[in-house]
Design a binder for this molecule. Structure first.
Ligand code: PFF
Length: 445
């Protein structure tokens, strides 16, 4: 690989990977899934999945990217050639490229809603902010044109950034904006925990009611662990290709996972105290949770409408740093293969994701009655990607690095202590693949 494409310094990779990981999955999805799936039971399994599956798979995924130093499809192709593996492994690269487009299709719709919320704080004179907020979100969803407008804008900006190249534009912006996002989430979390129902939230999130653990909850928690860490589909592999050779993968991954989990938990401690202290709000409203509850907290705060706008600007930026990583692997491949220029390639892919995203837009309005097995179009797309494609990608990554490229000197490359190394190996070779397989079998039976 061209040396200029390798990031300088260790922090660029950490920030880029954290930028890909921290996004709507933490601030929007984690709280609503925890709400729908019974709180504590879900959270405990989610944390276990992060440690036992997320950690080893993220390490292995970066490892493949850094070894190949190309787009995920071509890094896998290089490994196939170098180690004389079956062409079957190409599935890994293509599955990821496809999953990226599918996730982007609905990610952009939700990110579009977040972007529109920059301009929609609850009027200061409003006497019933919770009712207002629920009504506002419901009216918004019922307008396909409005949703399409914001969806188009968000996907357009994503394509623009990726077309320009990731390093100068988004890379620099993330350096400044991610710390502000962390700061604001902490401030908001303290605010709503002090003014809202902190203890109820604590019990809800950390007191597991084991009777609520069903196969569905386990699968949802696993899917969310993959989604939130951006693993199993090549985003992290693509970034691994730009990682300096001497950077320690093990330590880096620990930092990224810590930051990602922290933001998800802080988001939970921001949203649920507000929900539990307002009878008009419910924890079980699905994907509207963030949009219905947070504006209520801002309304009650001094200078709330300013904080409201800043917060949604930052959520949109966190979403952008993730959406960029969703489309980057496929775009990088198109560019490497010289099928199109980077700019044309990303417009082509963005258009496909945009069209699929219309299904998510319509799920809330004109297609709301069309359901298959009780799930609408958005729910199907999210379920297939998070609960099937990403875990399958993760399983293939474990098997490839764990069993099929044994001559690689992974211990030296990982730079980790003996205890961590042994734990890593058992997770990679046994615990992670077996867990994913068992969960799949469970789901299918
Ligand atoms: N991890 C991102 C989030 O939590 O919002 C979403 C995501 C980005 C998933 C990139 C998968 C991916 F490859």
């Amino acid at each position: 690989m061209d040396q200029a494409k390798i990031w300088k310094g260790n922090w660029t990779f950490v920030l880029a990977a954290a930028g890909a990981a921290v996004g709507l999955g933490n601030i929007w999805k984690f709280p609503y899934l925890a709400g729908e799936s019974g709180g504590g039971a879900f959270v405990i399994i989610y944390l276990l999945c992060i440690l036992l599956l997320g950690l080893p798979i993220m390490i292995a995924e970066i490892y493949i990217g850094r070894y190949g130093r190309k787009s995920p499809i071509n890094s896998v192709t290089k490994i196939i050639a170098d180690f004389n593996l079956s062409k079957f492994w190409l599935v890994l690269g293509w599955l990821g490229a496809l999953a990226g487009l599918l996730i982007l299709s609905y990610y952009s719709v939700i990110a579009g809603i977040a972007a529109s919320y920059i301009f929609s704080s609850i009027p200061a004179s409003e006497l019933n902010p919770a009712e207002y907020s629920v009504q506002y979100y419901s009216d918004f969803k019922e307008s396909p044109l409005l949703m399409i407008f914001w969806h188009t804008l968000f996907i357009g900006i994503t394509c623009y950034v990726v077309g320009k190249g990731v390093v100068d534009g988004i890379g620099k912006a993330i350096n400044i904006l991610m710390p502000i996002l962390f700061f604001l989430v902490i401030v908001l979390c303290i605010y709503s925990s002090v003014t809202g129902e902190f203890l109820k939230t604590f019990t809800f999130l950390f007191n597991p009611d084991f009777s609520k653990i069903t196969p569905g909850v386990v699968i949802t928690a696993m899917g969310q662990a993959f989604f939130t860490l951006s693993i199993g589909m090549g985003s992290i592999m693509a970034y691994g290709a730009y990682m300096p050779q001497e950077q320690m993968i093990g330590k880096t991954v620990l930092i990224v996972i810590f930051l990602d989990t922290l933001v998800a938990l802080l988001a939970g401690f921001t949203i649920f105290p507000i929900v539990f202290s307002n009878p008009e709000l419910s924890a079980f409203v699905g994907k509207g949770l963030l949009f219905e509850s947070l504006p209520v907290a801002f309304h009650a705060m001094p200078l709330g409408s300013i904080f409201h706008s800043i917060f949604f600007i930052l959520v949109s930026i966190a979403a952008l740093s993730s959406s960029v990583s969703l489309i980057e692997p496929f775009t990088a491949w198109i560019e490497e293969e010289k099928i199109f220029s980077r700019a044309k390639g990303v417009v082509f892919l963005g258009f496909i994701a945009w069209v699929i995203g219309l299904g998510t837009v319509f799920s809330d309005n004109i297609w709301s009655d069309y359901k298959l097995n009780g799930l609408n179009f958005f729910e199907w797309t999210a379920t297939i990607t998070d609960q099937f494609m990403l875990p399958l990608g993760g399983l293939l990554i474990c098997l490839m690095v764990g069993f099929f490229i044994p001559t690689l000197d992974i211990e030296k490359d990982l730079n980790i202590s003996k205890i961590f190394e042994n734990t890593f190996k058992s997770c990679l070779k046994i615990i992670a693949p077996l867990s994913v397989l068992l969960i799949f079998i469970y789901a299918l039976t």
